[in-house]
Design a protein around this ligand. Sequence first.
Ligand code: 2NL
Length: 336
Amino acid sequence: MTESIKGAKKSFENDLKEANTKDTLEKLYIKYLSRKGLISVLMAKMAGLPAEVKPLAGEELNLLKAHIKKEIEAKKSSALFGPENLGEKIDITLPGIKPQEGHLHPITKTLNEINDIFISFGFEIAEGPEIEREFYNFEALNIPLEHPSRDAFDTFYIESDYLLRSHTSTVQIRIMEKRKPPIQAIMPGKVYRPDAVDASHSSMFHQVEGLMVDKGIKFSDLKGLLELFTKRMFGRNIKTRFRPSFFPFTEPSAEVDISCIICGGKGCRVCSHTGWLEILGAGMVNPRVFEAVGYSAKKLTGLAFGMGVERIAMLRYGIDDIRLFFENDIRFLEQF
Ligand code: 2NL
């Protein structure tokens, strides 16, 4: 018996030397260690041995079995089977696999750009609460009780006197209440209106409003400021147009258009063939607003403006449905 075990060991050592691929090693495993392999055959033979040699033969056989197992495993995991010997070519100069990175939302990007432009003009950024009182959202802004936007259908009321702000002018009122002029600030933030949601309406959107209050602020300052802003935001060849309009909180008031960034002013589907796109509302602060915050309407003048961030982002990126911003579809967001 010892002889056949020795023979088996020798034959294994020879086989192992020859086995230089995963396949041949696998075959060795089958030849020696499988259920019908050489070790099993010898085990079976051992059953017929006399009792006095059985334990020794058993021990030798078990040692051989362990030896074979160890050797096959060792060779399998040896450098012989490293990638360079398996026909794989690894180019270590290739860049690694980049982890998936997130980025800012297109609305946040647009908001940051608007903020940066006004910061470069010397404006500060002010923020305030989204839950407001009627005084800040309406009264102080000269929006009287009978004004249609005070109707419960146009404002989210929480309970009497508490509502979700429908513009960020509320923050301007708070700043003026707290501080003396000169004031030069913009107020970016979320605003809420219970509009029926469609391609151009969302019940929450973002607004940036701006305010400058001092002695001697003129309408020409407003024009110059907003013209510079539109050129920085949309390009230096963009033209600006002021159209007379009405807001309760400014007098006079204007709506500001830019020459269509799609067709350059020739007329297309996006600008409804007018060559112009409306992007801002603006005006000189109504003296009644100054009175509401305790400023002297005799000594002071001010300019104010407001814009919808979604609208600007839609024009800049060529997006035709506002709902895309809020659906969190990764296929949409990945594009920015
Ligand atoms: C628009 C128009 C505007 C203002 C906002 C304002 C604020 C105060 C006083 C006077 Cl405290 N005016 N804000 C003025 C004109 C227009 O927004 O179309 N926004 C999207």
